[in-house]
Design a protein around this ligand. Structure first.
Ligand code: ADP
Length: 398
């Protein structure tokens, strides 16, 4: 069975074609600068890369190009689009309507449109990808896999904000959480690695990338997570603030005369470790600058480490028992010095880092705690696309 996974961003489209018989990636690619001058498609098949530049005004054209690339006589991997059995779509916000992945029909599409109010950049792009795929391959099943769905198991006391209750009931204002596909993948893999049934697994999953979130997973299910109604909440990120006193927003509007749009840009695009360092949102740059003695880059890293550690500590208490702390995402998988910075002091909750193993580049997936550590620490590479392909296969077959 061949499954195409589409991840549509506001101006990009990432895709992977899987042969699910052995979960092999046949091809993967990226369409960039959709609707912007200089748009292009890059495709990788095994070791070989291919790039083609052409005008791509919208997602409809982008999806058409993906099909053309996959069936290209020279660079493609399939002879005919009909070989694709189903399409899986990453959808950012599913609100309270979706507790798991679902086959897409017009009702589902209407719900995705409804939740665009909470995810104005992503949900409309996700929807455009769905419309284009349905048009291009009529009759083939399309499946939506939501970033929010995994977190729908959070108890009310963990998702409710301390606003008047009507704001939740009438407007849906609450913590939803994101990166659910990744945290779910990590939970399944951690259960395998620790040799524990998923239903008995308690872990703290740290997904640290451009966007970062920490999730307490209790008995295999999301129990508490750091992102909120939107992916702006929680720990500081590349350019996002994470949690701040909500009254800061009022100060920016009332005392500095900023508009809602300016505040939005400030909190989402100019803050985080980029805002503190004044240098970069990329942790590789910050690691390098800090090592060369740049104090503000070190400060940005320290703020990040402290807030992630604070979250881990709080979640350990909420869970009561922690089997493992797991690291994934661009930083979690590739930044040993960043993991060391976060783990400093975690001995208090029984988690002891083995610095030597932590520093070894390979293998990527490994246990990085000491033998006598009560709480295991693991690096587990995430694979959201594979998770989407697995759900799509399951629902398409059913
Ligand atoms: P996204 O959230 O967009 O999926 P990723 O999970 O790919 O992002 O993470 C991207 C980030 O990972 C980069 O911005 C960079 O900060 C970080 N990163 C990548 N490689 C390294 C590395 N070797 N050391 C530290 N950080 C890294």
């Amino acid at each position: 069975m061949k499954i195409l996974v589409l991840n549509c961003g506001s101006s990009s489209l990432k895709y992977q074609l899987f042969d699910m018989d052995h979960e092999d990636v046949l091809a993967k690619g990226l369409v960039e600068r959709i609707g912007i001058e200089g748009s292009r498609l890059k495709q990788e098949v095994g070791e070989s890369e291919w790039e083609t530049q052409t005008e791509i005004p919208d997602h409809k054209k982008a999806v058409a190009l993906v099909f053309a690339a996959l069936t290209d006589a020279e660079h493609g991997v399939i002879a005919d689009m009909d070989e694709i059995d189903a399409i899986g779509h990453r959808v950012v916000h599913g609100g309270e309507a979706f507790t798991e992945s679902t086959l897409i029909d017009t009702k589902v599409m209407a719900a995705i449109e409804k939740y665009a109010v909470f995810s104005p950049l992503h949900n409309p792009a996700n929807l455009q990808g769905i419309v284009a795929a349905r048009e291009a391959l009529p009759g083939k099943p399309n499946v939506a896999v939501f970033d929010t769905a995994f977190h729908q198991t959070m108890p009310e006391r963990n998702f409710l904000y301390a606003l008047p209750y009507e704001y939740y009931k009438e407007h849906g204002i609450r913590r939803y959480g994101f990166h659910g596909t990744s945290h779910n993948f990590i939970a399944h893999r951690a259960a395998e690695l620790l040799g524990k049934p998923l239903e008995e697994l308690n872990i703290i999953s740290c997904h640290l990338g451009n966007g970062s979130s920490v999730t307490a997973i209790k008995n295999g299910k999301s129990y508490l997570t750091s992102m909120g109604q939107t992916p702006l909440a929680g720990v500081p990120m590349g350019t996002r603030t994470g949690d701040i006193d909500p009254a800061v927003v009022l100060f920016l509007i009332q005392n500095l005369g900023m508009s809602a749009e300016e505040v939005d840009t400030l909190l989402n695009k100019k803050s985080g470790v980029y805002g503190i360092s004044g240098k970069s949102s990329d942790f590789r740059d910050l690691d390098e600058a800090a090592q060369a003695g740049d104090a503000r880059s070190q400060l940005a890293l320290d703020v990040f480490y402290s807030r992630v550690r604070e979250t881990i500590g709080a979640y350990a208490v909420e869970l009561g028992r922690v089997d493992a702390i797991t690291f994934t995402g661009g930083i979690g998988e590739n930044g040993p010095e960043n993991r060391e910075g976060i783990c400093e002091g975690l001995e208090i909750i029984g988690a002891k880092l083995d610095k030597e193993i932590n520093n070894q580049r390979k293998p990527k997936e490994k246990k990085i705690s000491t033998e006598d550590s009560k709480v295991a620490i693991w690096v587990i590479p995430t694979n959201e696309e594979l998770m989407i392909a697995r759900d799509t296969k399951r629902l398409a077959e059913a």
